[in-house]
Structure formats: structure tokens, C-alpha cells
Design a protein around this ligand. Structure first.
Ligand SMILES: *Cc1c(COP(=O)(O)O)cnc(C)c1O
Length: 400
């Protein structure tokens, strides 16, 4: 089969379905506004929830570290690339999460694959929430274990499956805050279920760390879940931390086993030490600058109340991820385009990233937004919905 011919066919199929993905070049740091070429937009698609990606102190820490340690780490952690600042960051994160040890990974995707593949194998069972992040689902497949997906937050089904489960080892894995819906797993209930049924619990809290909890300790902090209750805890550094990379927090034996057996830890170059150094600074700011969380929380309330007043339907979320459910993929793209025209950057999220018929505008709020920008967005959303309703009167029910 001719390679390009084959690929052209697949690309055409995707385009025919209106699902072609596109990259948009950004000409500014990640912040409440984003520059594309000459044009500036209010940015409502960033995961930099606390506004630390462009913080002067975080940047300064990185610059100093580059001068001291150079740019690349130069090798993998197990050969010559494990720098002192990696080690210090691991210790600081262990203290932050209240776990015995922490291990750094180069990305959240790699952490999830590395952990699940080190722990699980053929003959084991992994229980997933249906809406788990793609990296968790992929990790399950790669591990060779059997993967079972329960309906979103349906722990009664999970309980029944766990009761009947005969496999050698079982792992229950979930997002802490769901990345496309913004709602939270009930970790207290999951932790109890896992203890009763001798399953291991793994939580990927990519969107909870920094944002939730008194000092930004995420879902585990909110629910007061220690290492015994929640033995495998994943955080990513590319979101609220504003840098890049990920970590696994847990017992000393978990971390030692990952160092020995985790292929995405062993066979890859360590993250640049300057990234670790910058992350040490953002970790301090996350804990100290509580105003970032309070301001963000006020913006979330403002956005939800404003949308409610305008009849714009939101999903059941009280986190910075505030998806506006549209349903139809084409309509979601049209609204996204209209928002862009009015200066608001909000990406439409379509299948297969989310289930069929649930295309949405994934609005994310950050501590850098102002109340005025939120009002502007609500107004732009209202206008865009009105315009698409007049373009497609049948879908608004006007002809019924
Ligand atoms: C973003 C994300 C990841 C991937 O993390 P990266 O560091 O970007 O690879 C993993 N899990 C969840 C839930 C995420 O939202």
C-alpha cells in the first residue's frame, strides 16, 4: 500500500467528518491574553490556572538555573542526568503531598504509562472511569492487563465488578478533576471501595493540584486522603505549576519500584534541571499566594452566575474548567469561531476527545483573568449563541 495514498484517504475521512484538528500559533507567553500574529485575544483555553507560567519569579529562577546548570540535563536519571535540583524538587513535592517519596517524570502522559505498565500485567484488571484522560486509557492498553470502564462516576457498577473480580491484582484509576468536564471524582468513596476489595487506587490530579485545597494540595488535600488511603497520586507540572513535567507521589517502595521498573522513567532524558528549579519556585508560590485560589474561585462563581442569568447551560463543575455544552460538533465549531471573532479564545472540544453528541466549548478560567474579562466572555457567548440560533432555527426549536 502506498503510504501517502493511505494517509490522504484517512485525512479526507477526518475532514469529511468535520473533525480535522488544527494548531494555532501563539506569539505571546501563556497568560490571560494571547497574541496570534498581530491580533490579541482574551485567552480562555489555558491550563495555567494560577498564572505562574509567566511569573517573573518563576522565570528568574529558571534563568539563574540555566546559567548554573546549563540547558539540557544531558542524560537519563539513571545514567548521569539526575541533578541535585531534581532531587530537591522530589523532596519538596513529597513534603507538599505528605507522601514518603516522589518521582519526577518528563510529562504526565509518561508518568501514567510508566506507573501503570510497571504495576500491571496480563491477568490483572484495571478499572477506569469512562472519562479518564487518554493517557490513562492508553497506559491500560499497553500494560496488557484487562481494562474495564465504568460509566462516569458510577461507583455502584464499580462495586459490583470489584465484588466479582478474581484477578491477581486490581487497580482502580481515575482523574481527580476530569479534564473535559471539570467535575470531581468522589475519592473518599473510591478509597473505601478499594480498601474493602483489596484494589489499589491511583488518582491523576493534573487539574486539581495548585487549584484545590487550602495550600493547593489538590483533591487529596480537600478530602484529607493520606498515603494509606490513596497510595498512587499523580500530579502534572504543565498546568497550575506553570512549568513542565509530572510527578508520582507515594510510598518509598512504590517510588523505588518505579525507579527499577518504569520504562518511561528509565529510557528517557531527564527534564532540564532549570525546569525543576523553576518548579521549586512555583511550588512555593502555590502554597504561599492563597489569593490566587480565592480570586479564581470568585471568577468561577461570577462566570456560573452570569451564564445562568443568560440561560447558557454549563456543566456540573466548580473548578476552573467550565465547559459550555453545545452537543452538535458543527455548532460548537461555529460558536468557537464567533467567539474568536469577538476576541475570545475558546476552543471547541469535539469527538473523539469527548463522547459523540457532547461537543462543547471548554472554557478555562485562570487567576490572571479580571472580573471585566469574565463579563466580556459571558456577553460574547450570549451573542454567539443568539447568532447560531438564527442561522439554524430548527435546532433552537423556533419552528416546532
Ligand atoms: C494534561 C493531562 C495529562 C498529561 O500531562 P502532560 O504533562 O501534559 O503530558 C495527564 N492526565 C490528565 C488528567 C491531564 O489533564
Amino acid at each position: 500500500m502506498n503510504l501517502d495514498h493511505y494517509l490522504q484517504q484517512r485525512l479526507q475521512e477526518r475532514e469529511g467528518a468535520g473533525l480535522t484538528r488544527e494548531r494555532w500559533i501563539c506569539d505571546s507567553p501563556q497568560s490571560a491574553t494571547r497574541l496570534m500574529g498581530e491580533r490579541s485575544y482574551f485567552n480562555f483555553s489555558s491550563n495555567d490556572y494560577l498564572g505562574l507560567a509567566d511569573d517573573p519569579r518563576v522565570k528568574e529562577a529558571m534563568l539563574l538555573a540555566v546559567n548554573k546548570h546549563g540547558v539540557g540535563s544531558g542524560a537519563s536519571h539513571l545514567t548521569a542526568g539526575h541533578h541535585r535540583t531534581h532531587h530537591q524538587l522530589e523532596q519538596a513535592l513529597a513534603e507538599f503531598t505528605g507522601r514518603e517519596r516522589v518521582l519526577l517524570f518528563s510529562s504526565g502522559y509518561m508518568a501514567n504509562v510508566g506507573v501503570i505498565c510497571a504495576l500491571m500485567e496480563k491477568g490483572d484488571t484495571i478499572f477506569h472511569d469512562r472519562l479518564n484522560h487518554a493517557s490513562l486509557l492508553d497506559a491500560g492498553q499497553l500494560s496488557g492487563a484487562t481494562s474495564r470502564r465504568f460509566a462516569h462516576l458510577d461507583y455502584d457498577v464499580l462495586k459490583r465488578w470489584l465484588q466479582k473480580n478474581q484477578s491477581a491484582k486490581s487497580l482502580v484509576v481515575t482523574d481527580g478533576v476530569f479534564s473535559m468536564d471539570g467535575d470531581k471524582a468522589d475519592l473518599v468513596q473510591l478509597s473505601r471501595l478499594c480498601q474493602t476489595h483489596h484494589a489499589w487506587l491511583m488518582v491523576d490530579d493534573a487539574h486539581g493540584f495548585g487549584v484545590l485545597g487550602e495550600t493547593g494540595g489538590g483533591c487529596a488535600q480537600v478530602d484529607g486522603l493520606g498515603q494509606q488511603d490513596l497510595p498512587i497520586l499523580i500530579g502534572t507540572l504543565g498546568k497550575a505549576f506553570g512549568t513542565s513535567g509530572a510527578f508520582v507521589a507515594g510510598s518509598a517502595s512504590l517510588i523505588e519500584a518505579l525507579i527499577q521498573f518504569s520504562r518511561t522513567y528509565i529510557y528517557t532524558t531527564a527534564m532540564p534541571p532549570a525546569v525543576a528549579e523553576a518548579t521549586l519556585t512555583s511550588l512555593e508560590l502555590i502554597q504561599k499566594e492563597t489569593w490566587r485560589r480565592s480570586h479564581l474561585s470568585a471568577l468561577i462563581d461570577q462566570f456560573r452566575q452570569g451564564c445562568k442569568a443568560k440561560g447558557i447551560s454549563l456543566m456540573n463543575s466548580n473548578t476552573p474548567i467550565q465547559p459550555v455544552l453545545v452537543g452538535d460538533t458543527k455548532k460548537a465549531c461555529e460558536i468557537s469561531a464567533l467567539l474568536k471573532a469577538s476576541g475570545c479564545w475558546v476552543t471547541a472540544i469535539r469527538p473523539p476527545t469527548v463522547p459523540q453528541g457532547t461537543a462543547r466549548l471548554r472554557v478555562t478560567l485562570t487567576a490572571q483573568h479580571s472580573a471585566k474579562q469574565i463579563d466580556y466572555l459571558i456577553h460574547a457567548l450570549e451573542k454567539a449563541f443568539d447568532m447560531t440560533a438564527s442561522l439554524h432555527p430548527e435546532s433552537s426549536g423556533a419552528e416546532a
